[in-house]
Design a protein around this ligand. Structure first.
Ligand SMILES: [Zn+2]
Ligand SMILES: [Zn+2]
Length: 143
């Protein structure tokens, strides 16, 4: 609660619920995900409140936004430098917690002074692999 005061927004119970939901969350939820989850506990929660709270937090630098599929923004409360693994089948987003070398060859940098990077790796997550969801999709496409 104390640290949320630093954000500089009016802390209504509904906004606090959104903040509480995001605290330590590593699922990279969308606004829809957050809304549906909070609605179970807060039946008066409105989607607009969730959405504007997320936008405000992003503007104030408390959240980052990941665009994987167009039209569905996903939010990440982890503001430390990290990269992502994205499942192309179920759209799960997982943090890559271990730093690794991402040096861009000087010739590829177009004279930019590089100040940061964010890499997204795409693949099939263990759950989808276990359930052969990837292969199912392949056969559906062939049929
Ligand atoms: Zn998956
Ligand atoms: Zn992340």
């Amino acid at each position: 609660m104390e640290k949320y005061k630093k954000i500089g927004i009016k802390l209504t119970p509904q906004r606090l619920a959104v903040l509480g939901y995001l605290e330590g969350n590593t699922d990279h939820p969308s606004a829809e995900d957050i809304y549906h989850e909070l609605l179970k506990k807060y039946p008066s929660m409105s989607f607009a409140t969730v959405y504007t709270t997320l936008s405000t937090l992003r503007q104030k630098g408390w959240l980052s936004e990941i665009t994987i599929d167009q039209g569905k923004k996903r939010f990440d409360p982890n503001m430390s430098d990290h990269n992502h693994l994205i499942c192309t089948t179920c759209k799960k987003v997982v943090d890559i917690k271990i730093p690794f070398n991402l040096a861009l060859p000087e010739v590829a940098a177009s004279d930019f002074m590089i100040t940061g990077s964010h890499i997204e790796f795409f693949g099939i997550c263990p759950d989808c692999r276990k359930n052969n969801r990837y292969y199912q999709e392949e056969t559906e496409q062939c049929a």
